[in-house]
Design a protein around this ligand. Structure first.
Ligand code: NAD
Ligand code: MG
Length: 411
């Protein structure tokens, strides 16, 4: 956690620099994108969003680019270029589109790159930012799950600071600061338990898309909301923590905490446990990352523990939520198993959202895909981004081939 050389001081923090911190926002049209824009909008003297990107919604991206005063707007989908260009006509905002343009934008000069694309699709651009030496505020956990070892190696080689936006990892990052890494004995990620925390296994067989999309504590993009309902999100987060903090799988634990007030805990070898608490509002970790190593005035109402009154905890139920066990198993297996797990899960979540497989079918498809990949000799630690993406494609193909069998069961 060494501050970058030449790190700008913020105006609000009493610094002397008059120039705002320049931000590249990958995935600007999403939920984390919106929360980032909300934090920045309040502090025009401190931050300037210079680049915004999205997948294919040209109209929405152009509107956002205009509203934040960006210099450049980039779509991942090359087919949207003409529409984006037309929507930005008469402004100084430069349009671009396609995977190469996206990677180029991610690597462009900036003080911080907020990586908020969803899924393995974020790997190539986020890695491009790392390779260019940019400080990265990472929300896109799938890119660490898909290629954690090579991503971490690139960050280390380039001396890049990766700041965790994910609330649990942001909490752990802050708690880690109270001791030496070698004195850490256990790292605990909390989980809300999602909308089905108390739902019986029998009832889980027939839960609907609408029920799964109703998260009790957080409003987020659809994919992570479903991942939170299956607890796959917490599984992905275990793998994310493993790579971010270099914590061995045996020292990583999940604790269900329905109030989502404590986000993460670090236990040191003397028995001291440091917990980090905050309102369940993504603007808090985002503000922390954008300002780091400075601090901003709180972007949301202060935490009122007397109002919360009770903090409760329980063990996660691996039987009702097999996705968590599958992710832990993939983390322990290594050799590209997390890449395949993530790929299969992305396919499974899309199929569940399209109402083609059941809720329990999500974990069933991931499990069957992992088994098929193991049997087919597919598993191998990806050494390059091309290899990781190839493994990702192969994992998706295996998952799609297994779909009819999982869909037929509708378990
Ligand atoms: P979202 O679906 O709301 O937004 C995703 C963004 O990525 C959009 O801007 C979309 O245009 C872009 N995108 C989608 N597919 C793309 C592709 N193929 N190429 C390029 N861009 C693409 O998602 P979100 O909820 O904002 O989550 C973003 C990431 O942050 C995820 O990895 C998620 O796990 C993580 N995260 C989100 C939250 C949250 O509160 N939403 C909390 C912690 C971590
Ligand atoms: Mg999280």
């Amino acid at each position: 956690m060494v501050p970058n050389a030449g790190h700008l001081r913020l105006e609000q923090a009493g610094g002397t620099s008059a120039s705002p911190r320049r931000i590249t926002l990958l995935g600007a049209t999403g939920s984390i994108g919106a929360s980032t824009i909300a934090v920045v909008r309040e502090r025009p003297a401190d931050f300037a969003i210079e680049t915004v990107t999205a997948n294919r919604d040209a109209a929405r991206l152009a509107e956002l680019a205009r509203s934040v005063g960006a210099k450049r707007a980039v779509l991942a989908d090359a087919a949207g270029y003409a529409e984006l260009k037309a929507a930005l006509a008469g402004t100084d905002i430069a349009p671009a589109a396609g995977p190469a343009a996206l990677a180029e934008a991610a690597a462009a000069e900036a003080d911080i790159v907020v990586a908020a694309i969803v899924g393995a699709a974020g790997l190539a651009p986020t890695l491009a930012a790392v390779e260019a030496g940019r400080t990265v505020a990472l929300a896109n956990k799938e890119c660490l799950v898909c290629a954690g070892a090579l991503f971490s190696a690139a960050a280390k080689r380039r001396g890049v600071q990766v700041l965790p936006v994910d609330s649990e990892h942001n909490a752990i990052f802050q708690a880690m600061g109270s001791g030496a890494r070698t004195d850490v004995r256990r790292v605990i990620l909390t989980a809300s338990g999602g909308p089905f925390r108390t739902t019986s296994k029998e009832a889980l067989r027939s839960v609907t898309r609408e029920q799964a999309l109703k998260h009790p504590n957080w409003s987020m993009g659809q994919k992570i909301t479903i991942d939170s309902a299956t607890l796959m999100n917490k599984g992905l987060e275990l793998i994310e923590a493993h790579h971010l903090f270099g914590t061995p799988p045996s020292e990583l634990e999940v604790l269900v905490h329905p109030q989502s007030v404590i986000h993460g805990l670090v236990e040191f070898r003397d028995g001291s446990v440091i917990a980090a608490l905050a309102m369940p509002d993504m603007r808090v970790p985002i503000a922390h990352c954008l300002a780091w190593p400075d601090r901003l005035d709180g972007p949301c109402e202060p935490l009122d523990l007397a109002k919360v009154a009770t903090l409760s905890f329980e063990e996660p139920d691996m039987d009702r939520f097999p996705a968590l066990a599958l992710a832990r198993h993939a983390m322990e297996t290594g050799r590209g198993a997390p890449t395949v797990l993530n790929a299969a899960n992305e396919v499974a979540v899309a199929e569940f959202l399209a109402d083609r497989i059941s809720f329990l079918g999500i974990a069933a498809l991931v499990e069957a895909t992992l088994e098929a990949a193991e049997r087919g000799g597919l598993l191998q630690e990806p050494a390059t981004v091309e290899h990781a993406l190839e493994l990702d494609r192969a994992g998706r193909a295996h998952a799609r081939a297994l779909l009819p069998q999982i869909a037929a069961k509708r378990s």
